[in-house]
Design a protein around this ligand. Sequence first.
Ligand SMILES: [Zn+2]
Ligand SMILES: [Zn+2]
Length: 183
Amino acid sequence: MKKAGFIFEIGQLIRSEQGTSYKFELDDEVAFEIDKNAEVKSNVQGFVSFMKVDRGILVEITALYLQLELKCMRCTKKFTHKIISKSASRVFLFERKKKDSDVFDEYFVEMKSFSIDITDFLRQEIILHFPMIPVCSSSCKGLCPLCGKKLNDGDCGCKANKPTKLQLQTHKPLSILKDLYKE
Ligand SMILES: [Zn+2]
Ligand SMILES: [Zn+2]
């Protein structure tokens, strides 16, 4: 088997017995865009193995590591996020089944060149390990809605930053209702 970036020639594997497998080490530059809000800061590292199974090739990515820079959704500062994934696997099918409705999650062997391109699989796996809420720190204070200053750097003095009564009471929805009725 040969490897060119994230494309692997599997002609030899296709001709082999079921259960035959090959393993490669990944330490490659990411030449594709992962997400417009993510900047790649390291090579993608890990291992990828290919095993011939019944209807295709089982591809497993293990010990995946990649360093990214993401933008804090509160203060817009860039921060480092490490993608770490122990193991993920997908079967790349030899043939497209006509009736399959779930096309999104299906991968196929490129039968013209007998190759497998793991780019999309890799991208999906990386995105799966993005933080749910990208923030530089859980205590990030964000930006002042009036002057735009980063509040992590200190108070800007704008009145809007003083928490209002309503904000202080958001964990007590009933008392807010009471206040509303009074008005
Ligand atoms: Zn932040
Ligand atoms: Zn301000």
